[in-house]
Design a protein around this ligand. Sequence first.
Ligand SMILES: O=C(O)CCC(=O)C(=O)O
Ligand SMILES: [Fe+2]
Length: 421
Amino acid sequence: MNLSELQSSVERLQQKLNKARDLLAEATSDPTTVSAELERTRAFAFDASALTHKETVSGCVDSLERYGFCVIDHVIPPDVVDAIREEVILAQATSSRNSKGIVDLFAQEGVTAEELLNGKAAENNVELRRVRRLGHPPKPPNEIIWMPQFAPHMANPVITAVARRVLDDHLRISQLHLRFIRTDKTFIEKEGGDQFKRMRGVHKREWHTDWPHDLSAYGGNDPKVNVGCIRRPFPDVPMCLVMIFYLTDTDKNSGGTWIVPGSHKDRRNPRGPDSDIIVSAPIPGNMQVSAPAGSVFIQDSRCWHSTARHNPSRRARVGVVTRWCPWWLSVDDFAPGENYNLNEVCRPLTHEEYLALPPNLRPLMRHLCPDEQDTLQQPVLDRAEAARLRAKAGFLKELDDPDNLLAANAHIRVPLNETQL
Ligand SMILES: O=C(O)CCC(=O)C(=O)O
Ligand SMILES: [Fe+2]
């Protein structure tokens, strides 16, 4: 080949390369293709039983930053998951019965919360607990008390390490509740075919972001029920990790959570009055999470997601939903409820119940027990101590080396853009 032939060959190949690059860019910018690929490869999932602790934690942290969610497979070992699922199913029945009992007791004329707490609830086989905040009405107990086999898995070291990396060193579990997705068959049997057509279907969604980024804040304009929501545009700071422990195999045919990858960084919101999004319709690029029973789906509360409104499998999707926050987030300060307080925010524990928790879970739930002082935990204290000593050293310099004080910070430059001036 002579020189000019080589030259034109390079140009031809260059054109071909450019075309391929364009096609690749088009394919990867189409959210539908990207999500389909993500759904297929499960690049968001990390197997706790196969990877090292470090690999799982860093994989999860990256995935949470990039996609807004991740999954840790096999947190609960396969040989115990069936027993734990049965325990959770029983706990759900107990909890519903108890909530109904609370409503019935409060419906009695003249009854007061104090009377109920001082024995009347117990006499009626109803569990009711004092909350930490003085003057706020009592609540049902935290559902963890009915799940002693599940409890040790909640504070699995991989999970707590991910949460500490993303949120802060001192964590609090601010909510725990059980969430079942009935099968389509059960739904039809209970509610009828017409209701099924209205309420359920593979194309139906209920998009939202979660507390403290839940725009309608549980209660809309009702001050008794509104639990608060961060003002938009949301700061780019993860403030809550929602962790759903799937206790049944979960995929697109069995109640996998719907998600829009990357939406945690989007300024719009499915419930935003200015966002032009219909909460009940599919969104391009939406996908369903899949995971084997015993896995944990972890999601930044800012991520747009929806519970599945269809479950064609023959089995209910059984899940335990938990919400994890850093120590600095104000939990349970609002929403006193009406007479009784049935929301799931910070459901309390008695001292005995708190002390019966597995030791690794206690620090995460200590704030739920009014008899415990929820002081800051060691890593937060350690960094404060380091700051205190550093400041002290600065004041000692003032005394010990006054001649060099004037220039001691000369190397510090705080950049200021033109636009900031
Ligand atoms: O159950 C699910 O898959 C999602 C639940 C959910 O969105 C929630 O509890 O906030
Ligand atoms: Fe949610």
